[in-house]
Design a protein around this ligand. Sequence first.
Ligand code: SAM
Length: 175
Amino acid sequence: MIKVLRLGHRAGRDDRISTHVGLTARQWGADQIVYSGEKDSNMLESLGDTVDRWGGETDIIYTENWKEQVREFEGLKIHLTMYGLRIDEEQENLQEQIEKNEDLMIIVGAEKVPRWIYENVDYNISVGNQPHSEIAALSVFMDRFLEIKEDFKDAEIEVEPSEDKKKTESLKDRQ
Ligand code: SAM
């Protein structure tokens, strides 16, 4: 089970980024995306609509209690932060740990991540030690250790990969 925890969402300001965190997590096979920070029903609903249309069973939830999410998660917990150990140097070790653990939680922040997180995860990992973005960090991390998911159950629409045009197929009638 792969869970992505997005901390510190700010309604209005982070809508696009938080949505893209969710879509990225889903593309690499996250089973659950947990949002915390300000509750933003519009963002959650619009992400839910996209998931409904494009399929899959990714569960999207909101919690006020992010500490409980981390505390109660029994698998491997990885926080992505520019201050963490370098992904390139931890690659083999992380690969081993991910294979060993059935469940994986990946945590990304928005603004300032509370110190508690740094102290209550298994690894703080950086994708370069420069500030960039939670979407970039998440996609690099997931692409290193997980596979791109291609099969999304009950999708209403699907892309037909094309060399030179936008091609989609409506699957509504097949359902
Ligand atoms: N000072 C922040 C930090 O702790 O990484 C940067 C804030 S950044 C706008 C929001 C989130 O992007 C961070 O909480 C972290 O999850 C992710 N992030 C940004 N740069 C990163 C990097 N170089 N490596 C890993 N994660 C990064």
